[in-house]
Design a protein around this ligand. Structure first.
Ligand code: HEM
Length: 266
């Protein structure tokens, strides 16, 4: 029997636009004009988070397969995405406090606090925090994904393993460490990094891209909290935190502390 002919792929079908463009559903009555922007921008962020995770996993895989050039290339792509993500906050800042208030109550307890992909990115970059797990129902897909990320090696671990294979004396404890713990600054690793900066241009370039990444995430946190301050002042967040005061407390933690420690010794 002849198979029915497959419909030709179109722009609409390939991108599943019917589905995608039916997903913006404001909750306010009217609806309030600015709620559409609020929904679209958050959805766009979640798509970028998805792409970031996709690329960060690739960086780790490229380190594992001893491919530093491709890892660096992918890191550059991630940094470019991050710049766009930070710049996008400008759009939301065109929304005044009163425009936000016109629909804020309809968000109820929903908040970026509950962004599972954002936590996955944090975990993959080494910012592990067990408390974040409890915000997702046990057994849910999001909780399982996050639990896996919680115990999995970070980008920094993948880089240290790569350096060990390149012949650098990475202490054994670092190669077998408990990945659910935060990375602490370590003198032995700092000696290796100093050596790299002085003699190994290829690995030093990667270190610089990791510093860019650390700075890029910090930039996002800083711009997000400033936007929060100008939009809701010091009101609590819909997610139940102290709002801007909580967000301020997340700024200033370095993802790759050793890379910052060595700067004053170079
Ligand atoms: C008017 C715009 C926004 C306001 C007023 C706002 C407010 C807040 C507040 C107050 C928090 C703290 C948690 C809470 O108690 O709710 C928070 C966390 C968060 N928001 Fe936003 N936000 C806005 C836009 C965005 C956008 C566009 C994104 C992009 C995805 C985003 C992502 C996040 C994330 C990931 C967190 C968790 C941060 C952390 O725990 O370190 N927010 N937001």
């Amino acid at each position: 029997m002849n198979e029915p002919p497959e419909a030709a792929v179109t722009y609409q079908s390939y991108l599943q636009l019917d589905k995608l463009l039916s997903l913006q559903t404001p909750r306010s009555t009217g609806p309030e004009h600015d709620e559409m922007l609020f929904i679209v921008i958050h959805q766009v962020y979640e798509l970028w988070f998805k792409e970031m995770l996709h690329e960060l996993d690739r960086v780790a895989a490229l380190f594992r397969s001893d491919n530093p050039h491709r890892a660096q290339h992918t890191l550059k792509r991630i940094l470019t995405i991050l710049k766009v993500m930070v710049a996008q906050l400008d759009i939301l800042e065109t929304m005044t406090p009163l425009e936000f208030l016109s629909f804020r109550a309809r968000l109820e307890a929903a908040s970026g606090f509950q962004s599972n992909q954002f936590r996955q990115i944090e975990f993959l970059l080494g910012a592990k925090n067990e408390n974040a797990l409890s915000r997702f129902p046990e057994g849910s897909q999001g909780r399982i994904a996050l639990e896996q990320r919680f115990v999995a090696p970070t980008i920094w671990d993948a880089f240290l393993h790569y350096l060990a294979r390149e012949g650098y004396p990475v202490p054994a404890g670092h190669l077998t460490r408990d990945h659910s713990r935060l990375v602490e600054p370590t003198p032995e690793i700092q000696e290796i990094l100093l050596d790299i900066y002085r003699k190994d241009a290829k690995s030093a370039e990667i270190c610089e891209r990791l510093v860019d990444l650390d700075e890029g995430i910090a930039e996002w946190r800083y711009r997000h909290v400033r936007m929060v301050e100008r939009t809701i002042g010091n009101k609590p967040g819909t997610g139940g935190s102290r709002g801007a005061a909580y967000l301020q407390s997340t700024i200033g933690r370095n993802l790759f502390p050793d890379l910052w420690e060595i700067r004053s010794r170079l």
